[in-house]
Design a binder for this molecule. Structure first.
Ligand code: NAD
Length: 372
C-alpha cells in the first residue's frame, strides 16, 4: 500500500519532505499546502509540477486520497495542524520540535490517544536513524559500555544575522520556541535522552551574545542529571563562527563512543575488545575497538544520497514511518519521546530564567505523559 501524503508548509524543510516523499516508491505526494501560494507552487515545480497546491488546510484534509500529513510550518504552528489532521483521520508526521511548549503540544497527545488504533503520530528526529546513532544505541542497550556514567553534548554552529532576519518567526518565543537549543540543538537533546534515558533535573545558563533583534538565546550551557545517576553537559550555540560540529561523547565504565557530525569517530568496548583479542569468531573485528568510524558504517540503504545528508536522514525516518503505518507498530520516534526532549529544553530555559535547578517532571506535569 502506497502511503499518500499532504505536506503542509512549503519552506526549507517542506521542500525536502516533498522531495523525499516523491522519490520514495512507498509514498506519494498528493497535495502541497502553504498559506503562501507561491511557496507551494515553487515546491510543486521542484518535484515535477504535477502535484496539486492549495492555501486551504481544510481542503487538503477533506481529500480521500490523503492518508497522512507532514507538518512543516514554523514550530509554534505544529500542534494546531496536527490536531486538525488527526481529527480528520490522518496519520501525522510533525517536524521537530513537536511544538514550542509542553502545554502547546499536549493537545496532540490527546488527539492521538482519541484516534483509531493504528493511527501513527510521530515527530521528525532523523538523527536517531543515522547508522552511528543506531550502533551506539544498540551497544548501550546490550551493556557493551558497562554503566553509562556521563555524556558531553555540544552543538557548535554558526547562524548569521541574515539567517535570523530571513523569517519573521525565527528567533521568537512564540513561533521558534527558543534559539540554539530549541531549534538547532533539539536533535542532540533527543539523542542524549535516547542514549542515557530519562532526565531528572537540569541546571542551565543562557546568553544572547552574537546576534540582535532576536528574543531567544544563541548560546546555552547546561548540566543534566539522569534517572540512572548519569550526568551530562549540554552546550548549544549558533554563535561559533564559522560553525564547527555537533559532537556527542557517551562515556561508560566499560566503554565509550564519540559521534561527531553524525559519524562514529570513536568506539571502544572492553568486552568486545577482549573477545576480539581472544579470537572469538562471533565478534566482528570492527566491533571491538575502533578509533575511526570507517569499518562501522553500515552499508548504505537504497535511495540514500551521500551528497545530500538531509535527504538521506529524512528518507531513513520515512522508511520507519511507512512501516509503522503499514503494520500498526509504534514509530521509531513516539510523541512521548518528542515531548520529553521538548520538556528538557523547556527545563533548560526555566532554569536559566530562575537561576534554580528545574525538574523535568515538573515541566511535564502540564500533560499526562506515561513514564517510559
Ligand atoms: N528536521 C530538521 O532537520 C529541520 C530542519 C529545518 C527546519 N525544521 C523544522 O521545520 C519547521 C519549518 O522550518 P523551515 O526552516 O522550513 O521554515 P520556513 O520559514 O522556511 O518555511 C515555513 C513555511 O510554512 C508556511 N506556513 C506558515 N504558516 C502556515 C500555515 N498556518 N499553514 C500553511 N503554511 C504555513 C510559510 O509560508 C513557509 O512557506 C520548523 O518547525 C523547524 O524547526 C526541521
Amino acid at each position: 500500500m502506497t502511503v499518500r501524503f499532504a505536506v503542509v508548509g512549503c519552506g526549507v524543510i517542506g521542500a525536502l519532505h516533498a522531495e523525499v516523499l516523491a522519490a520514495n516508491p512507498d509514498t506519494a505526494l498528493d497535495v502541497l499546502v502553504d498559506t503562501d501560494h507561491a511557496a507551494a507552487e515553487a515546491v510543486a515545480a521542484r518535484v515535477g509540477g504535477a502535484v496539486p497546491v492549495t492555501t486551504s488546510l481544510d481542503e487538503a484534509l477533506a481529500r480521500d486520497d490523503v492518508d497522512a500529513v507532514a507538518i512543516c510550518v514554523p514550530s509554534g504552528g505544529h500542534a494546531r495542524i496536527a490536531v486538525a489532521a488527526l481529527e480528520a483521520g490522518k496519520h501525522v508526521v510533525v517536524e521537530k520540535p513537536v511544538d514550542v511548549t509542553v502545554e502547546a503540544a499536549a493537545p496532540i497527545v490527546t488527539a492521538a490517544a482519541a484516534a483509531p488504533a493504528g493511527t501513527v503520530a510521530t515527530v521528525i528526529s532523523q538523527h536517531r536513524f543515522d547508522p552511528a546513532s543506531v550502533v551506539v544505541h544498540d551497544a548501550i542497550e546490550a551493556g557493551r559500555f558497562g554503566r553509562i556514567t556521563s555524556a558531553v553534548a555540544t552543538v557548535s554552529w554558526w547562524r548569521s544575522q541574515a539567517y535570523y532576519d530571513s523569517g519573521a518567526w525565527r528567533g521568537t518565543w512564540e513561533l521558534d520556541g527558543g534559539g540554539a537549543l530549541m531549534n538547532q540543538g533539539v536533535h542532540t537533546v533527543d539523542l542524549l535522552l535516547w542514549f542515557l534515558g530519562r532526565p531528572v533535573e537540569v541546571m542551565a545558563l543562557t546568553g544572547l551574545l552574537a546576534h540582535e533583534r532576536v528574543e531567544v538565546e544563541d548560546t546555552v550551557a547546561a548540566v543534566v542529571r539522569f534517572e540512572s545517576g548519569a550526568l551530562a553537559t549540554l552546550h548549544a550555540t549558533t554563535a561559533a563562527y564559522p560553525g564547527l560540529s555537533v559532537r556527542l561523547q557517551v562515556l561508560g565504565d566499560a566503554g565509550s563512543a564519540v559521534i561527531d557530525d553524525d559519524r562514529l569517530r570513536y568506539f571502544h568496548s572492553k568486552e568486545l575488545a577482549t573477545a576480539e583479542a581472544a579470537g572469538d569468531a562471533g565478534v566482528r573485528a570492527d566491533q571491538g575497538d575502533r578509533s575511526d568510524q570507517t569499518a562501522l558504517v553500515l552499508p548504505e540503504e537504497p535511495g540514500a544520497d551521500p551528497a545530500n545528508p538531509m535527504f538521506t536522514g529524512h528518507a531513513r525516518q520515512y522508511r520507519d514511518i511507512v512501516e509503522a503505518i503499514r503494520t500498526g507498530r509504534r514509530p521509531g520516534v513516539t510523541l512521548e519521546d518528542a515531548l520529553l526532549a521538548l520538556a528538557t529544553v523547556r527545563a533548560v530555559y526555566e532554569s536559566a530564567r530562575t537561576g534554580a535547578p528545574v525538574r523535568v517532571d515538573d515541566v511535564l506535569a502540564a500533560v499526562n505523559v506515561p513514564a517510559r
